[in-house]
Design a protein around this ligand. Structure first.
Ligand code: ASP
Length: 335
């Protein structure tokens, strides 16, 4: 009898947690996690970042109207952020140690399980478009550097000089990272600081047919060397989507996200462990990542339109839009 009662309670709880909200979220985005606080963001910059996030949400929302696939929403939202100098993606991407901006991006389709990614590109205007082209028009999942660019040219994607991506703010960040590195020479080693990897962008969308897609795009880490690749183009670390559970896009200290397979871990806990995707996302960021000493956050959207945006840094640029077009944008932890 007691067993029956417990089983009923569990069934009711799982029914409630997977219930479809009245006005489900259909797109969630992030513009990076890190040292983002009222003390570090100037008021006029804050207004402009909020406007850029809202523009990305509205572009993604418009792209998945009329029965278009979730992938269209992800690409449209990310493209807007790649074009904004506020984020570490496309224009405004952070500088590598050699003074170039090198992009990484990935995308995954929750319906088919197909994925595409590119890393270390210098001239592709919208790296998220390249990731999608790799997924849809090649037999591979990940292409790197010159080969990825050759493929982008064949695909007819927009190719631009690397200088288009350069901004003074990111150049100053490179100079100060290199100065700090010189100061620390001879010590145990230089550990990148949180501000060196702020501003990666990502999106997760849910379309009318109930399919999910997720994508991520970044310049990576300021002062990166030796062909360093972060989590953003790694399927299972920076990006993951599966219609049975949820879509996830990560931002933060990429080395930790790779080692912990953060995006896939959230999916797996929900798929095999019986947690809701929201519980899984919260646990992976606030327990697994935090206990490992990593910093960052994720956005998660599940197949019912439930959203989670956990992070363990001071702030994370983030927002979502519902089916009816209601927009929510947040920057700081206390919001
Ligand atoms: N995760 C990215 C990387 O490590 C950086 C970021 O999220 O801002 O390359």
């Amino acid at each position: 009898m007691r067993f029956l009662f417990l089983t009923l309670c569990l069934l009711m709880a799982s029914a409630t947690s997977s219930a479809q909200p009245a006005d489900p979220v259909i797109l969630v985005i992030h513009g990076g996690a890190g040292t983002i606080s009222r003390a570090t963001v100037a008021p006029e910059t804050e207004v402009s970042i909020r406007a850029a996030l809202e523009e990305a949400l509205r572009a993604g929302h418009a792209a998945i109207q009329d029965g278009n696939p979730a992938l269209d929403g992800v690409v449209a939202a990310i493209q807007v952020m790649e074009d904004s100098p506020h984020f570490n993606a496309g224009i405004g991407g952070v500088f590598a140690a050699d003074g170039t901006v090198r992009h990484d991006a990935s995308i995954m389709d929750g319906a088919s399980g197909m994925a595409g990614a590119s890393t270390g590109t210098l001239h592709v205007r919208h790296p998220i478009q390249l990731a999608r082209a790799v997924m849809e028009n090649s037999v591979h999942v990940m292409l790197a550097e010159e080969g990825a660019e050759e493929f982008a040219i064949q695909q007819g994607l927009e190719i631009v000089p690397n200088s288009l991506f350069h901004t003074d703010r990111r150049r100053r960040a490179l100079e100060s990272a290199q100065e700090r590195e010189r100061e620390l020479q001879g010590s145990a080693g230089y550990i990148p600081e949180q501000w060196q990897m702020t501003g990666t962008v990502g999106a997760v969308a849910l379309d009318n047919a109930g399919h999910l897609a997720a994508g991520t795009s970044t310049g990576g880490m300021t002062n990166k060397r030796w062909g360093r690749i972060g989590d953003s183009p790694i399927i299972g670390a920076g990006t993951f989507a599966n219609d049975a559970t949820c879509g996830v896009s990560s931002t933060g200290h990429g080395e930790f996200f790779i080692r912990l397979a953060v995006a896939h871990d959230i999916h797996a806990r929900a798929m095999y462990g019986g947690e809701t995707c929201t519980q899984a996302a919260e646990a992976v960021i606030h327990e697994t990542l935090t206990e490992a000493g990593g910093t960052g956050g994720v956005i998660m959207l599940d197949h019912d339109g439930n959203v989670a945006m956990p992070f363990n840094t001071e702030g994370m640029y983030r927002g979502f839009i519902t089916q009816s077009g209601q927009v929510v944008v947040k920057l700081y932890a206390e919001e």
